[in-house]
Ligand binder design. Structure first.
Ligand code: NCD
Ligand code: ZN
Length: 346
């Protein structure tokens, strides 16, 4: 027996495409299913100016295979030297859709991030004035703070003070991993949204550590306790417009993941939509998958919902996803949920 579900074509509100051979390899995996994506700026060196974003956007479009349609929504990496006038111009032209705030040292390629939040005050004021969203990697980096507490403490010590000091600032808490993040979003107004990844709906911290360390389940923010995964599932499947899909699909070559100091990032672009159908069905919420993947994000970013559609089909036999994809001389492992999935994009 087959079952099918047609939704407005989804968008990915948090995506790492990288550059060069990696970009060429991973871009089709996203463009096959998604119409648009918010493109993370943490290249080496990072995308910091409007000119950087225009050049990166052109490289993405050049890498897009003939016949595929995909719109990269560009972001800039907020540094202590970001120029408010550059932001204003890049946003006015429609080139840049958000700024990304990485606390310095929080994650992959975040060395140029912000240490002194007073230095970014003029930029934040400009963003509030023009309505440009700030996408925040919400983890404190104080070495005294336990890695599993970094998100909860960030909310109190950094996020809430920034929002209080900047009325009207539109904020996306990226890739929330805790019930604290869910609760903070729910307690606030519509100027605050949150992305949730596919993998944080599927794994908790046991999946990373029990029975041997699983480098392909390691990402930042790191997966937390089961109670947090359940809170994320409830939020994602609730239909609440403030929660939307940002896969944080973050490709790294296998030799850098399966390493004594393995990189953070899960690569989920290939099978995200099938996995989400599985999760939403488990939660008896297939009728709310479209809100999470295709409607709530455009509403926050003040963009139209895609006119095209995507159809998902469930069959009796498990879907065979590739174990990995080739990127130049490297392989990138595709996220393995650890259970059979019967959904596929048809
Ligand atoms: C991301 C990456 O590899 O660029 N890694 C990750 O674990 N999510 C960076 C990020 O979004 O934190
Ligand atoms: Zn990310």
């Amino acid at each position: 027996m087959t079952q099918s579900l047609t939704i407005a074509r989804p968008d990915d509100w948090h995506l790492h495409l990288r550059d060069g051979a990696m970009l060429a390899a991973v871009l089709p995996e996203t463009a096959r299913h998604f119409a648009r994506a918010i493109i993370m700026p943490n290249l080496v060196p990072p995308v910091v100016t409007g000119a950087d974003a225009a050049a990166y956007r052109a490289r993405i479009l050049t890498a897009l295979p003939d016949g595929m349609h995909f719109e990269p929504l560009m972001t800039l990496y907020l540094t202590e030297h970001t120029d408010p006038a550059d932001i204003r111009a890049a946003a006015a032209s429609g080139l840049v859709r958000a700024l990304k705030l990485y606390p310095a040292g929080a994650t992959t390629n975040s060395a140029s991030g912000v240490r002194d939040f007073d230095k970014i005050r003029p930029v934040l004021d400009t963003m509030a004035e023009i309505g440009l969203p700030l996408c925040i990697h919400g983890e404190v980096t104080d070495p005294d703070i336990d890695i599993f507490d970094r998100e909860a403490i960030f909310i109190d010590r950094v996020l809430d003070p920034i929002r209080s000091a900047t009325p009207g600032l539109r904020v996306v808490m990226e890739h929330i991993t805790t019930a604290n993040g869910v609760d903070y979003v729910k307690a606030n107004d519509t100027d605050l949204g949150a992305t949730i990844t596919t993998h944080h709906l599927i794994i908790n911290r046991n999946h990373i550590l029990v029975g041997g360390i699983k480098p392909h389940y390691y990402c930042l923010p790191v997966a937390k306790r089961e109670e947090h995964r359940l809170a994320l599932r409830a939020a994602a499947t609730s239909g609440d417009t403030r929660f939307f899909l940002g896969t944080d699909s973050a490709p790294h070559p296998d030799h850098l993941k399966e390493n004594a100091c393995g990189c953070a990032g899960c690569f989920t672009a290939t099978n995200t939509m099938a996995l989400l159908a599985h999760v939403f069905e488990e939660e008896n919420a297939l009728n709310r998958l479209e809100a999470f993947a295709s409607r709530n994000g455009p509403a926050f970013y003040r963009l139209p919902v895609n006119a095209q559609t995507l159809t998902l089909t469930k069959s009796d036999t498990p879907t065979a996803f590739p174990a990995g994809i080739r990127a130049g001389d490297d392989t990138v492992t595709v996220f393995d949920p650890g259970f059979p999935v019967y959904w596929d994009v048809s």
